[in-house]
Design a protein. Sequence first.
Length: 264
Amino acid sequence: MTLNIPDAPHRRQMTVWIAGVLTLLVAFAVVAVTPTRANAATPVDLGTAESFAVLAGAEVTNTGPSVVTGDVGVHPGTSISGFPPGTVNGTLHSGDTVAEQAKTDLVAAYNDAAGQASNGALPPDAGGLTLVPGVYTRSSSLGLTGTLTLDAQGDPNAVWVFQVGSTLTTASNSSVSLINGASPCNVFWQIGSSATLGTGTTFVGTIMAKAAITVTTGATIDGRALAEVEAVTLDTNRITRPECAGTTTTTTTGDAATGDAATG
């Protein structure tokens, strides 16, 4: 058998050709995992739910000196308790028509987020990841241990939508970090069941849970806690609705459960 061994010039040509093919494969791989403008996440329209920092279906309960900046509401339930000792820099809506409309708009927003085309799947725990804008999906439960970093790459309009099929659970002292122009106005979490934020968690974005939301001791949200069906439970938290275009706040004190509230 005779082997045809290329001479030196042909070997150099083959080397250049192979290098070119490898470069193209790497480029295709990068395109495959990086969301493009054609399939990037789009902002979720919250409608009248936009003014709410906390919204529940069954009830809102609070323990300790929580500070909520934004409206607090419940529908079809009517119970909002724990303010005081908590403070609401907004308006309380206990089973009224405003809360009813906000719940309707929340359902539409939830469906909008759930229906966006996914750019990729998330691992069981999102801690340690750095994600560019896009739609990210976890078919079952999602955990967060450590820090999840959202990198806007200099685009102030960058949007992230997280689609979680079941529960969202964060570990104690975990966090969501925004870098390079990322805004809490443009981070949305669509949760198929319930969300639980662990002690001391620093969270970012609008949580839209089908069932309940539990925010444990000392956790903070730069965003919203919106639960369609069940309760939102707070314990010495700070929840601040993002200051986006067109938002306003008022301050409410008093006992929401009895309707003895003063708004200013």
